[in-house]
Design a protein. Structure first.
Length: 164
């Protein structure tokens, strides 16, 4: 594996681990606010992001590439209401999408066909991530300051049963 691709994959593992930290911190915030459905949804999201990091980890090991861990930035402990938190999550997912696209472009440039194939899964996954979080943002915007609507959405998000 080309060293630039390897370095970028290692960096992406760190970014996926950061996303897991971010969503876990948001989960803790929602738990403190007694919004248990939002907390559960974010906890599953954190698990999903950890799964993304592990998928890249496993891929690199299968390719015989060195997995090198760097530090994982701590997310801010400052969180606002549900809308702001999900807007932050959506912006984060858009950044991740951009990083995945740049990584894919690098794999194309380096003629790394195996990495291109692996990253196609992530490209599809990012469409799903942005769509699901974007839908929640839209619903929270519709709810506005209506506490009953927010509690209804909280209950709906509590029905999530997996990290997928």
């Amino acid at each position: 594996m080309d060293s630039a691709v390897q370095d970028s994959l290692n960096e992406q593992i760190g970014k996926e681990l950061y996303a897991a930290y971010l969503y876990l911190a948001m989960s803790a915030h929602f738990e403190l606010k007694s919004l248990l459905g939002f907390a559960k949804w974010m906890r599953f999201q954190a698990e999903e992001e950890l799964g993304h990091a592990m998928r890249l980890f496993d891929y690199m090991n299968r390719r015989g590439a060195a997995v090198v861990f760097g530090g994982v930035e701590a997310p801010s402990g400052e969180f606002a209401g549900p809308l702001k938190n999900f807007e932050t999550a959506l912006e984060h997912e858009k950044k991740v999408t951009k990083m995945i696209h740049e990584l894919y472009d690098l794999a194309v440039k380096k003629h790394d066909h195996a990495t291109q194939l692996e990253l196609q899964w992530f490209i599809t996954e990012q469409v799903e991530e942005e769509d699901s979080i974007g839908t929640i943002v839209d619903q929270l915007r519709m709810a506005g300051d209506n506490e009953a609507a927010i509690f209804m959405l909280d209950r709906e998000l509590a029905t999530r049963t997996t990290a997928e």
